[in-house]
Design a protein around this ligand. Structure first.
Ligand code: NMX
Ligand code: MLT
Length: 436
């Protein structure tokens, strides 16, 4: 049975052959016409970045040709769990192969053993002031850990560029397990909980929930597995694009990951998860626990009249409802809360999500997709499980980062070039656009 390193090594020649064909036979073939709109409007719809791990378009995402629904049937799960094991998803993203249960178990044991932070990094993390936002503490600890980058060490040592992917894969696996470990450590520090040693008896999600004092809550662990498997990749979104850019310049994997997190702090991107929760809570404070549809419509209408964004709605790429939302909905159906207050809170969020699209259609005529995106529900479920809003971006970044690190390994395995598009002024653009 192959190890992950062997499985990646085995796949490289066939993928390198495709890259060579593209670069030799088809290098000058036109695949897209660039318009003024592409340049002026954030490159929407411009197919410009090579992506090895998924095809993401207006209709959703396929990982190596398969939908999440298909992968839910195919990929191994942990005993007693109904969710894709995130570690199995990770293996699949790296190799395009469905792993055996024992391959997932061995990968997971390896990840858990890598999770332990060096003592100086633990001390650094523990010394951070508790009132620094969780996301910032996690970024600071990752930045500190850059001194341990095996990729940087390999570059400094003068390793042949064809072999750098191996050092990136080492960093990638270290970070994929250290990230949730750091998040758990920061949570425990902020909540005065004792630290737990991670055990190879448990998968990453179960170690994480145990560390944050929620090991007995099986549904919480299941929700964690669901989200970590579901959010690993979504193509060239803002945070992944930031990481892709840094990766292209051989930035070390720890700092590259921090670049993605910084990009995620934008309210139009991952901060929308926390913002959606805060928006909903503010609405409840203003309208009470069971507002009518008319009350919700009037409240959101006033918000829109102020020229503000409703977090959790719209999408830059998807032109169909966000498939991840259906998975979150299905989770709520199959794991109803026994607490009536939580149950009614989540029912209200679902009601808000069903009322707002019509209002957006009416009030924001230019909006291309008024449906709720995954962020309209994900954070509220986490909130219902008791998670503080300043951890929410990191909770989802845990898996986005692990997924993007797969891409970084392939960036180096395929020897992709540094990103450096041309910039142009509006005058240059006008000169190109105006008829001669
Ligand atoms: N609330 C109010 N106005 C909106 C919203 C919204 N949720 N979404 C889009 N618009 C406006 C947008 O500002 C733009 O206005 P204008 O014509 O004045 O420039 C107009 O509608 C057209 O926007 P679109 O072309 O439909 O969307 P775009 O690609 O520019 O932006 C988002 C996509 C996701 C940035 C935008 O929908 C948004 O800001 N949503 C709220 C924040 C959010 O939920 N982000 C998370 C994204 C998804 N995710 O899963 O991470
Ligand atoms: C994401 O998962 O990053 C969001 O859906 C945003 C995007 O894909 O642009």
């Amino acid at each position: 049975e192959l190890t992950l390193f062997e499985a990646v090594a085995q796949r490289i020649p066939s993928r390198a052959a495709v890259a060579t064909e593209l670069l030799t036979k088809h290098r000058d073939t036109t695949i897209h016409e660039l318009t003024v709109g592409s340049v002026m409007m954030g490159m929407r719809g411009t197919p410009a970045l090579l992506w090895e791990i998924s095809e993401t378009n207006a209709y959703g995402i396929k990982y190596h040709g398969k939908t999440v629904t298909e992968l839910k049937q195919l990929l191994p799960k942990w005993p007693g769990s109904t969710q894709i094991a995130p570690e199995a998803m990770l293996w699949y993203l790296y190799t395009a192969q469905v792993p055996t249960q024992s391959q997932v178990e061995k990968l997971t044991a390896d990840l858990v053993l890598r999770a332990k932070l060096p003592a100086d990094a633990e001390a650094f993390c523990d010394a951070l002031a508790k009132d620094i936002a969780a996301d910032a503490q996690i970024m600071m600890t990752l930045t500190y850990l850059a001194r341990y980058s095996k990729f940087t060490a390999a570059v400094t040592k003068g390793t042949h560029k064809n072999d750098l992917w191996k050092a990136v894969l080492e960093d990638a696996l270290d970070i994929s397990s250290r990230f949730p470990m750091i998040m758990a450590r920061v949570y425990a520090n902020k909540h005065d909980l004792p630290h737990q040693d991670w055990t190879t008896e448990l998968d990453l999600a179960a170690n994480y929930t145990r560390h944050i004092g929620r090991g007995d809550d099986f549904d919480y662990t299941e929700f964690t597995r669901l989200c970590w498997a579901l959010y690993m990749d979504h193509g060239a979104n803002v945070s992944a694009h930031a990481m892709r850019l840094c990766s292209s310049a051989w930035t070390d994997s720890y700092l590259m990951v921090v670049s993605g997190m910084i990009a995620g702090t934008g309210p139009l991107h991952a901060k929308a998860i926390a913002d959606s929760v805060m928006f909903n809570l503010a609405m409840i404070r203003s309208l009470g626990q069971s507002p009518s549809t008319d009350d919700i419509t009037a409240y959101v209408g006033r918000h829109l009249s102020g020229g503000k964004i409703v977090p959790g709605f719209g999408h830059a790429l998807l032109r169909v409802p966000d498939a991840r939302l259906a998975f979150l909905d299905e989770f709520l159906e199959s794991h109803p809360s026994s607490d009536p207050k939580t149950h009614s809170f989540l029912s209200l969020i679902k009601n808000i999500n069903s009322v707002v699209p019509d209002l957006l259609r009416e009030k924001v005529l230019t909006m291309k997709n008024p449906h709720p995106n995954a962020d309209a529900l994900s954070g509220s479920i986490l909130h219902a499980y008791g998670m503080d809003v300043d951890f929410m971006m990191s909770f989802f970044a845990t898996s986005r980062v692990a997924g993007f690190l797969v891409q970084q390994v392939w960036d180096r395995a395929l020897g992709l070039s540094m990103e450096r598009p041309l910039s142009l002024t509006m005058e240059e653009l006008l000169a190109k656009a105006r008829p001669a």
